[in-house]
Design a protein around this ligand. Structure first.
Ligand code: DC
Length: 431
């Protein structure tokens, strides 16, 4: 997915100014989603379409053309090729836009369009439901807010600048009405997403507020870039190999000081073929034990969050750790796993998906069995035992390789049977 900055908040919270300036600063595409709902409202008013006439609204949505273009350095909004930048801010639109934006057909069409416009370009979107609905997986979500008094003051100033006549009283009424309507709406209500950062803009001038948000975006951009790079395995240069050897030697030494390690059945992973090592997951240090204490290089699959932390990201690249997005199919990750197996590497996977998954009754996915089947590799089950307290005993019990093909049958659930067998073996080996 592209780099998406989702900025939500009520009218007058500073979204427009902050979002457009931040977009400019980071060279991102800027999308004012409120302007899109305003365009639809204007079109319905112009074409004399009743807000309850679903049939006509649907037709209008099929024909509508909304464009954002820069003219003489200024952002302009076009509705059916007509410059409506100013018109969509007028009272007749302002009064009706909240109602129109909550018509289900309008909502579906606009959200679709917003996703289409931004899913392939790095963008800043501002609106009411960007972080909660349009892009729930946005790279960063910011919820802007300000007191009602301050928001009225800003709108009065903005209207004056744009030559729009509206009394302060009417503006206040409109803002309070829209807040209520937007927050209480059944469809995509205005609310802060659980993972959004709350920024109160009341007390600060625009310049400071832009800088506050820009700082957050800069940090998110760095994280995003790190995540993007995670899926690009760094080249196996001689320097990288030497570095890995030194780091591995050093960390393995520390491991032996920290724990009394016992390993059984290590010969089971000594083959020239690609294999998948499947272990139970008790602690982050069990993966380290499997990677560091074996001569054979082992490429582990780990959740992509690892790459969000700079120091761990460095180690992850050094040891070629394959990132995987949790709870979603991650095609890029699967491809990397298959490539590693094709290159006759040893791949490390925790089928439980999470630490102590077996104890927590976590759903075990068929990823390992699927990869083994696709690459014609065998699975080596490993049972890990230990508390991982300093100087305690830690046991790695490597079992005999399993061929998942012997489970293949006409039964579409055969992969579940293979996975269950692998888990049973891991259970036995970790007793
Ligand atoms: O941001 P604005 O004031 O231009 O928005 C106009 C209206 O559109 C506002 O009443 C809320 C609605 N809107 C929405 O429901 N969802 C969005 N993503 C953006 C705006």
């Amino acid at each position: 997915m592209s780099f998406i900055v989702a900025i939500d908040g009520p009218a007058g919270s500073g979204k427009g100014t902050i979002a457009s300036r931040v977009a400019k600063k980071f060279d991102l595409f800027y999308l004012d989603t409120g302007a899109m709902y305003r365009c639809v409202t204007l079109k319905l008013i112009k074409d004399n379409i009743d807000f309850t006439d679903t049939k006509k609204i649907k037709k209008a949505l099929e024909d509508i053309k909304i464009d954002f273009k820069k003219v003489d350095g200024e952002e302009k909004v076009f509705l059916d090729d007509e410059d409506v930048t100013k018109t969509i801010r007028e009272e007749k639109v302002a009064k009706n836009v909240s109602q129109v934006s909550h018509i289900p057909e309008v909502r579906i069409a606009m959200v679709d369009l917003q996703r289409k416009i931004c899913s392939k370009r790095d963008s800043v979107l501002e609106g009411r439901d960007i972080g909660t609905n349009v892009f729930p997986d946005a790279s960063i979500k910011i919820y802007l807010d300000a007191s009602v008094d301050e928001r009225v003051r800003r709108r009065v100033k903005q209207n004056k600048k744009n030559g729009i006549e509206m009394s302060e009283e009417d503006i206040r009424e409109n803002i309070i009405f829209r807040d209520k309507n937007d927050k209480e709406s059944e469809i995509a209500p205005l609310k802060q997403a659980d993972d959004a950062i709350y920024v109160d803009t009341t007390k600060y001038p625009t310049r400071i507020n832009v800088n506050r948000v820009a700082k957050l975006v800069k940090k998110a951009r760095k994280k995003y870039n790190r995540m993007q790079n995670a899926y690009i395995m760094t080249e196996e240069t001689t320097i990288k190999k030497v570095k890995r050897k030194i780091v591995k030697c050093f960390l393995a030494g520390l491991y032996h000081i920290a724990f009394r390690v016992k390993r059984k059945g290590v010969e089971n992973i000594k083959s020239d073929e690609g294999i998948i090592i499947c272990a139970n997951h008790l602690n982050y240090l069990d993966a380290a034990g499997i990677v560091l204490l074996n001569k054979r290089p082992i490429t582990f699959v780990a959740k992509n969050d690892l790459y969000r932390i700079r120091s761990l990201s460095w180690l992850a690249h050094l040891f070629n750790i394959i990132p995987v997005k949790r709870n979603s199919s991650d095609v890029a990750s699967l491809k990397l796993c298959l490539k590693a197996l094709k290159n006759k590497e040893a791949l490390g996977i925790f089928p439980e998906g999470t630490r102590n998954g077996m104890k927590k009754n976590a759903e075990v996915k068929n990823g390992a069995a699927f990869l083994a089947y696709k690459s014609k590799s065998k699975i080596v089950p490993v049972g890990v035992k230990g508390t991982f307290k300093p100087f305690s005993k830690v046991i790695f019990n490597y079992g005999e390789p399993i061929d998942v093909n012997k489970f293949k049958s006409d039964n579409p659930d055969w992969m579940n049977d293979a996975t269950n067998y692998i888990m049973d073996r891991i259970r036995e080996l970790s007793k």
